[in-house]
Design a protein around this ligand. Structure first.
Ligand code: PLP
Length: 386
């Protein structure tokens, strides 16, 4: 029904992923395959495209803000998929999760406060902490064992107990490792943070993109009786419309919510509103088909790595479309890995982009048609086996 094998041309669309790849890596071959920034190469769900066409046909694109239908669609998605209710008054619509996190860091902490980040980490968490005057990022290194990452509980608790620690930015599920946190782990994180008056921001932007049969649990569910937890959700990854720059931040603490609202625009793009409403109303079948396609892309990649580079010990993650691959056997540093792969025609990001505890790993975005993935695997083989 949906054609995820289709090669959708990106020329002339201002795509950052496909822009001047030599700016990303000066060694990029002219035909390099971009597998770095986290958007997908799949055409959006037809229902979203229809809604956008209809919105264009309306002909006027004045200041706009979400209506009841928008909030109902959002609530229905979360009730159906997560069993949780999203109350309209708790939602702050922002033009992206990263900008929301930047604001929230400033709202929730003061100069001198410590902010826990689990590493390896999505880079903007670190930049949000460092970009707010006097805040101190505290890296709790995840433990890597047999292809999987886990929390170093002793270290995490010790950091939470530091009197100056005030905030934890959780990535649920985790980018770049793709790790899905189970309910018991989330309950333990929440208990530790609550005991030590550490507020949690839970970035759940990847939560819908799980392997078929795998679920994620929202911190909204775990922390039902704790209004301090802020949860970042968005349609951007799920429906491949990150360029619409729209996210729904659930903030149940009224003071924090008002502060975040004051920091953000009261208007949203009319196109983002139309696309998001259609996505949450009608996009479920597309999302599930896309997840099934990703399942087989991951199986393809794993079979390739097991055959050609068994030293990676690669394990398919529970969530995201990002493969986090241990390339330490090559002996190359992060830049060396990026350069070797760019020369071979694949643009990826290696450990240096992921803050700390990431050296020798590469993140490969495999949300692309199978034929593209197959070609990329050949090139990866050539990069290291010549
Ligand atoms: C964990 C995480 N949070 C946020 C973002 C970006 O969010 P936005 O585009 O809404 O700022 C990404 C994009 O890759 C991400 O992986």
């Amino acid at each position: 029904m949906y054609d995820f094998d289709e090669i959708v041309p990106r020329e002339g669309t201002c795509s950052r992923k496909y822009g001047d790849l030599k700016k990303i890596n000066e060694n990029a071959s002219d035909d390099a395959i971009p597998m770095w920034i986290a958007d997908m190469d799949f055409r959006c769900a037809p229902e979203i495209l229809i809604a956008l066409h209809q919105r264009v046909n309306a002909g006027i694109f004045g200041y706009s803000s979400a209506d009841g239908r928008y909030y109902d669609a959002l609530d229905k998605w979360y009730r159906t998929r997560y069993g949780i209710e999203i109350k309209r008054e708790d939602v702050v619509i922002t033009n992206g999760v990263v900008s929301a996190i930047n604001h929230l860091v400033k709202i929730l902490t003061s100069p001198g406060d410590g902010i826990i980040i689990m590493t390896p980490s999505y880079g903007p968490f670190d930049r949000a902490a460092k970009g707010a005057e006097g805040r101190v990022p505290l890296y709790s290194r995840m433990i890597y064992d047999k292809g999987c990452f886990g929390i170093d509980w002793e270290d995490f608790e010790a950091k939470a107990k530091e009197p100056s620690t005030k905030l934890f930015i959780l990535c649920n599920p985790h980018n770049p490792t793709g790790r899905v946190w189970d309910r018991a782990e989330l309950e333990r994180i929440h208990a530790i943070c609550r005991e030590n008056s550490v507020t949690i921001i839970s970035d759940e932007i990847h939560s819908d993109i799980t392997r078929t049969g795998t679920d994620t649990v929202s911190m909204l569910d775990v922390a039902r009786d704790d209004p301090t937890v802020a949860v970042c959700t968005a349609p951007s990854k799920t429906f491949n419309m990150a360029g619409n720059a729209m996210s729904n931040i659930i903030v149940r603490d009224p003071e924090v919510r008002d502060a975040l609202r004051r920091a953000c625009s009261a208007s949203q793009s009319p196109f983002s509103l139309a696309a998001t409403t259609a996505a949450y109303e009608h996009g479920a079948a597309w999302v599930d088909a896309m997840r099934a396609y990703l399942d087989s892309n991951f199986e393809y990649l794993k079979a390739f790595l097991d055959r050609e580079f068994p030293q990676c010990g690669y394990v398919i993650p529970g969530a995201t479309y990002l493969a986090w691959v241990d390339m330490r056997f090559t002996g190359l540093d992060n830049k060396g890995l990026e350069d070797a792969l760019a020369k071979a025609g694949v643009i990826i990001e290696a450990g240096g982009s992921f803050v700390d505890n990431a050296d020798g790993f590469v993140r490969i975005n495999i949300a692309c048609p199978r034929s593209v993935l197959a070609e990329a695997c050949e090139r990866i083989k050539n990069a290291f086996k010549g």
